[in-house]
Design a protein around this ligand. Sequence first.
Ligand SMILES: [Zn+2]
Length: 135
Amino acid sequence: MKSGKQRKAEIQLQRAGKAARAAASAAAQAVAPPALTAAMAACNPLQLAAYNSYGQPDFVARGYYVDEPFCCKDCGKQEVWTATRQKWWYEVAKGQVFTRANRCNACRRKERERAAEARRVQQQGKRQSEKEGVS
Ligand SMILES: [Zn+2]
């Protein structure tokens, strides 16, 4: 039977070993950043749109964007949201950091036209009711 003191020393030793292993694996990851391939693009967190979250997007934690396959929500087509397009979306277009690609190019264009038409009709209706004095 071990004394409480002995057991405590054992646990502390185990903890120290665990911490050392964690530090070693973190160091291994830090010294070997993956070489960026065509399917990756470096992430510059300073260029991102502001976000108010305790978490951070995967690409910030990772440090780079990776090609992301997705299924178009309208036509169901399999598409790839490329790393360079993601970089553009988040850092140039300032898209919200937790948004993802949803539609293929063709459906995106259709959706943009549909939204523009809906906006136009809505604005027209508004002007019409203003003219008629209806609110
Ligand atoms: Zn589609």
